[in-house]
Ligand binder design. Structure first.
Ligand code: FES
Length: 265
């Protein structure tokens, strides 16, 4: 679908936030889903870039938060309001907040925070019975984003940076462990963790969830060429727990969100 760029601004060095508009674009979109964006007309670059939905601002518009990390995203960062952009989506399964979830711990690292703000918006709107708690980690102050937006939603937010440039020094998984240890005395029934970020962080979050008997849903990244299940470029091995065998799944079509107990870390 052809969309129009409404805004495209640098939020911190190397990171941009873009809003696009197209009729009905966001009607069926949910947190954790993504779009495949064609950053230029013609065949160069040939492949679309997958970007997860950062915020759904209206039935006709949505936002992406992205890192400029290669030629495609560099081209994307130079688009200006009024430019046109071919967007394919929404794609993928997204985060599902089940009826049994009573307490949501939302854990993001670096650019992994992008879909988690969308998830938090969704919970605030659709599940006011849930009080989410957010944990954000990053290398330094520039890689910890969206703090003001979480604050605006009135959400308890824990922050850590690896270099200690803002807030506590260390890994955000330590804050997650501290929180769980402090509040788990009445049991962790109904708790769920939703995570997105670098693989080492996701692996640690999954281990913490497992140790504390908490369901954990994790959004995985993969190289995606098509985004629609056709190229098999994003296939990963997973554990089929029912049959205790290894199976292969497509991150773009079967994910990107998986039960962390199925992921072969
Ligand atoms: Fe082509 Fe997933 S990106 S099958």
């Amino acid at each position: 679908m052809l969309t129009t760029v409404k805004s495209n601004e640098k939020v911190v060095p190397g990171f941009f936030e873009m809003e696009i508009e197209a009729k009905g674009l966001a009607k069926h979109a949910g947190p954790g889903q993504f779009f495949m964006l064609k950053v230029a007309f013609g065949t160069d670059p040939l492949l679309r870039r997958p970007l997860s939905i950062h915020r759904i601002t209206s039935p006709d518009s949505l936002r992406f938060l992205y890192r400029e990390s290669g030629r495609g995203t560099s081209i994307l960062s130079k688009l200006v309001p009024g430019d046109q952009l071919d967007a394919l989506g929404p794609l993928g399964n997204g985060f599902k907040v089940g009826k049994t979830v009573k307490h949501a711990l939302i854990v993001g690292g670096g650019i992994g925070v992008a879909p988690l703000l969308c998830l938090t918006d969704h919970i605030a709107k659709e599940r006011p019975d849930i009080t989410p708690v957010v944990f954000i980690g990053g290398r330094d102050k520039d890689s910890v984003m969206c703090l003001d937006q979480f604050k605006e939603l009135g959400i308890e937010t824990h922050i850590r940076t690896e270099d200690g440039s803002i807030h506590k020094k260390g890994l955000i998984t330590h804050s997650l462990e501290e929180y769980i240890d402090k509040y788990k005395k009445d049991g962790t029934g109904g708790w769920a963790i939703f995570s997105c970020g670098p693989t080492p962080m996701l692996r640690s979050v999954a281990a913490i969830a497992n140790m504390n008997d908490i369901k954990c849903f994790t959004s995985l990244e993969a190289h995606m060429a098509c985004g629609i299940g056709a190229c098999l470029g994003c296939v990963i091995p997973l554990l089929d727990r029912e049959h205790e065998t290894q199976v292969y799944r497509k991150v773009c079509e079967d994910g990107p969100v998986f039960d962390s107990e199925e992921v072969l870390w």
